[in-house]
Ligand binder design. Structure first.
Ligand SMILES: NC(=O)C1=CN([C@@H]2O[C@H](COP(=O)(O)OP(=O)(O)OC[C@H]3O[C@@H](n4cnc5c(N)ncnc54)[C@H](O)[C@@H]3O)[C@@H](O)[C@H]2O)C=CC1
Ligand code: BAL
Length: 500
């Protein structure tokens, strides 16, 4: 028998209960893994255990792939019309909406992020994403291609089959939706591996997907580590597609595993070191507010965080003063309190990683202009931190920190800032602040980034593609573009006259 996790929330943001099995969700059932292994799930706000969940091994991956392939061949894929897939996705979205406070509270418990962000950001965006792709499920079609008068040729955008999906811990439920919704809309069966740090909302999701009535084997959730579950998915000979979000280092391993196994197609959404450019003609007060959101949202654990803030020299002092004042007002604390802006970091590993980066900045000679200290005795809390007087070669300027840490850098003119902003191996996102739209757009077009925000940051919509240039990734998630990740194009040639 698989255990059930039950938890009563009773706080300023949510009063209510959650309850779901902590098994692996395979072929429409919650089961224990073949080896019966469990792992602890930790509350990052106090480093205490929340519960334990079952974890999978390679053998479980093999069993799941067979179940998913059977579902694809019999009840899903080309055997289930798009309008039926759409109905199921809409039903699932309705169920998520009925449980949105519970889903948000669970995400808060497992990640330490503020409730209002979890609900109005993560869960709302997941809902939008499921509904958006439900709309696509019966509109996925190829085209007729003219060639000769004796031929009728057309393309079909067919589902790929069994798809592996690996997600990280920073936006567990939101990123689940980015992967699962388009894959199902296109008719694929999915095997999703959440991060070992944040398995809980994926399990509540599995319970809701079960209730929605998806055929067994269409949706499968396998908790576990990268090594025991992620790697076997990436290497599997019968998984034809893998989509991954996480570090650039692991992204390389996934690509290597795909190349060495069956050349499965790979989509990668990886790290970033996004520039945020403040020109001297920007509305400085607005830019300060956006820049603060750019760095501190999700305590900086965000692939598109605008952590390199470039400020034109004649407004540098004004910006720095106002940005520092703003940073001092950022409320770090109880994620269920209604005025909290920033919660805890996800794990002891991430906490130490961010502290190491802060140390390296100090050792390299940068100035800690504000913050830089640990907060609280229990859990993984770090002060919002501003570095100044940096050099381009410093680790804190070049590498993704994934914590509430930014560098503020002076620039002379447009050409200077474009050169500095593009001086990175990453290319996920960038932002430009200016009242001069010509200048803002010309700059946005010259930045090497998959997303360019003008007078805003961190804006994400189900309809708009998201993904990286350079080492920030391959392919695009969200929007119509994501359908390309989950369909295989077949060309059909019909001869009605040509002889040979
Ligand atoms: N682009 C993004 O949204 C994210 C970027 N990161 C970056 O990565 C750094 C390290 O964080 P980690 O948790 O170690 O990231 P990670 O990339 O190792 O973990 C992300 C996911 O990949 C899985 N994974 C790990 N090794 C794998 C392998 N060999 N094969 C298949 N799957 C594997 C993990 O279990 C997890 O589900 C962070 O400090 C941050 O800079 C981390 C999380 C998300
Ligand atoms: N910035 C939203 C997606 C991510 O951090 O992975």
């Amino acid at each position: 028998m698989v255990n059930t996790f039950t938890h009563e929330f009773n706080n300023a943001s949510f009063k209510g209960k959650t309850s779901f099995p902590v098994g692996l969700y395979i072929n429409g059932e919650f089961v224990k893994g073949k080896k019966g292994q469990m792992t602890d799930v930790i509350d990052p706000t106090n480093a205490k255990k929340i519960t334990s969940v079952c974890v999978a091994t390679k053998e479980d991956v093999d069993i799941t792939v067979k179940a998913a392939q059977k579902a694809f061949d019999t009840q899903w894929g080309l055997n289930c019309p798009g309008n039926q897939r759409s109905k199921l996705l809409l039903k699932l979205a309705d169920l998520i909406e009925q449980h949105e406070d519970e889903m948000a509270a669970l995400e808060v418990l497992n990640t330490g992020k503020p409730f209002h962000w979890a609900k109005d950001g993560d869960v709302r965006m997941a809902l939008d994403t499921f509904r958006y792709y439900a709309g696509w499920a019966d509109k996925i079609s190829g085209k007729v291609i003219e060639t000769t008068n004796e031929k009728f040729a057309y393309t079909r955008h067919e589902p790929i089959g069994v798809v592996g999906q690996i997600i990280p811990w920073n936006f567990p439920f939101m990123l689940l939706s980015w992967k699962v919704a388009p894959a199902l809309a296109c008719g694929n069966c999915i095997i999703l591996k959440p991060s070992e740090f944040t398995p809980l909302t994926a399990l509540l999701f599995a319970k809701l997907a079960h209730e929605a009535g998806f055929p067994p084997g269409v949706i499968n959730i396998l908790n576990g580590t990268g090594q025991n579950v992620g790697q076997p998915i990436a290497e599997h000979m019968n998984i034809e597609k893998i989509s991954f979000t996480g570090s650039t280092l692991t992204g390389r391993k996934i690509m290597e595993a795909a190349a060495k196994s069956n050349l499965k197609s790979v989509t990668l959404e990886l790290g970033g070191k996004s520039p945020n450019i403040i020109f001297d003609d920007a509305d400085i007060d607005k830019a300060v507010n956006w820049a603060s959101h750019g760095v501190y949202w999700n305590v900086g654990q965000c692939c598109c965080a605008g952590t390199r803030i470039f400020v034109q020299e004649n407004v540098y002092d004004e910006f720095l003063k106002k940005f520092t004042e703003k940073t001092k007002t950022v409320q770090v604390g109880d994620p269920f309190a209604q005025n909290t802006d920033v919660g805890a970091l996800i794990s002891d590993i991430q906490y130490n990683r961010v502290l190491d980066f802060i140390d390296s900045g100090k050792k390299d000679g940068a100035t800690v202009h504000y913050g830089g200290e640990k907060l609280k005795k229990e859990g993984y809390w770090i002060q919002p931190t501003i570095f100044t007087n940096t050099r381009p070669d410093m680790k804190i300027v070049q590498e993704e920190i994934f914590g509430p840490v930014c560098v503020i850098i002076k620039f002379k003119d447009d050409a200077d800032v474009i050169r500095q902003a593009n001086d990175t191996s990453y290319g996920l996102a960038a932002a430009v602040f200016s009242r001069d739209l010509d200048r803002a757009l010309q700059t946005a077009h010259k930045l090497n980034a998959g997303t360019a925000w003008v007078n805003c940051v961190n804006q994400l919509h189900a309809q708009i593609p998201f993904g990286g240039f350079k080492q920030s990734g391959i392919g695009r998630e969200l929007g119509e573009y994501a359908l390309e990740n989950y369909t295989a194009i077949k060309a059909v040639h019909v001869n009605f006259g040509h002889t040979i």
